[in-house]
Design a protein around this ligand. Structure first.
Ligand code: ZN
Length: 302
């Protein structure tokens, strides 16, 4: 019997939250991750997370999968993928018809930004006005610079493609790579320097293409990931083993990555976790104290 499914890692502005869906009560819950103690066990199977639908306030909400489909690959079943409205965002500028609300969403001003991650990787990206800084928090960026703002979501993606092509700045990284970057993060001052020099290149390219550019700096709020404790030794934590009971104290969360402290029989440690690996998993948090298991830690996958 499926109990709850982890649907997503979401951000209310800068606060990371775990969105879960209780299959029996048909209720979604949102758990603040920062400083949370999470004790859970995973199922063997992965389940469909549902579909993103735009509300009349032009907010994307995640509706649960009606059939709670098991997934052998991908995050969504075919039925959910067919009605998911977020899929249009990245391809709308390439042509084709989009639903009415998606067209409304695209009609708001959109920003082009340069974002820098913990190991100095840089990307160029876009954010709708209504999700301007939340987008950076979701990405797990350490610092960023908004380099342009245009009338709508079609123009900004054209601009992104052209700027990315001319400057060879990437449009994205995997969550696994983002998590790896937090094992040995570079000092903030270095990351800000990388951000400034990359933003200057992108602004020059943007100005050539669109005739204008701006500069509006953003920095993630300070947390335990960005400011390591003196002498802190971080380990990559990639393995999710079915039926193993996990007991995490979340020290901090940044985009899809969390820094956790955990107690294994083999020793306590601070681990960097790619939380996106949890998405679609059944989670059973209703565990008896006596059920605590495991004499060994999880396997290291990266
Ligand atoms: Zn589904």
């Amino acid at each position: 019997m499926v109990t709850s499914i982890i649907q997503a890692i979401q951000y209310n502005d800068s606060e990371g939250r775990l969105l879960t869906y209780d299959v029996r009560s048909r209720q979604s819950s949102s758990l603040g991750l920062e400083k949370a103690r999470i004790r859970f066990r995973f199922s063997h199977h992965r389940f469909c997370v549902g579909r993103y639908i735009l509300t009349s306030e032009l907010e994307f909400v995640l509706q649960p999968c009606p059939s709670i489909s098991k997934q052998s690959r991908g995050k969504q079943c075919e039925a959910c993928a067919n009605v998911d409205e977020s899929k249009y965002l990245h391809a709308a500028h390439l042509g084709g018809k989009v639903p009415h609300r998606v067209a409304e969403y695209m009609a708001q001003p959109h920003w082009l930004y340069v974002a820098v991650f913990a190991d100095g990787d840089v990307k160029v990206g876009t954010a709708a006005q209504s999700r301007k800084t939340r987008r950076l928090a979701e990405q797990g960026a350490v610092c960023a610079d908004f380099v342009g703002v245009v009338a709508d979501g079609y123009l900004v993606r054209e601009l992104e493609d052209q700027v990315s092509s001319s400057t060879r700045v990437s449009q994205g990284f995997s969550s696994v790579r983002k998590a790896q970057a937090w094992v040995n993060p570079r000092p903030l001052i270095e990351l800000e320097s990388i951000c400034a020099s990359t933003a200057e290149r992108v602004r020059a390219s943007s100005a050539l293409i669109w005739g204008q550019s701006i500069s509006e700096k953003w920095r993630a709020r300070s947390n335990a990931l960005i400011n390591p404790r003196p002498g802190q030794y971080r380990l990559p934590f990639g393995g999710i083993e079915p039926d193993f009971i996990y007991d995490w104290e979340v020290l901090s969360v940044q985009g899809p990555t969390a820094l956790i402290h955990t107690h294994f029989a083999s020793g306590a440690g601070d681990y960097v976790v790619d939380l996106s690996a949890l998405i679609g998993r059944e989670i059973d948090t209703d565990l008896e104290d006596s059920a605590e298991g495991g004499g060994t830690g999880p396997a290291m996958l990266f």
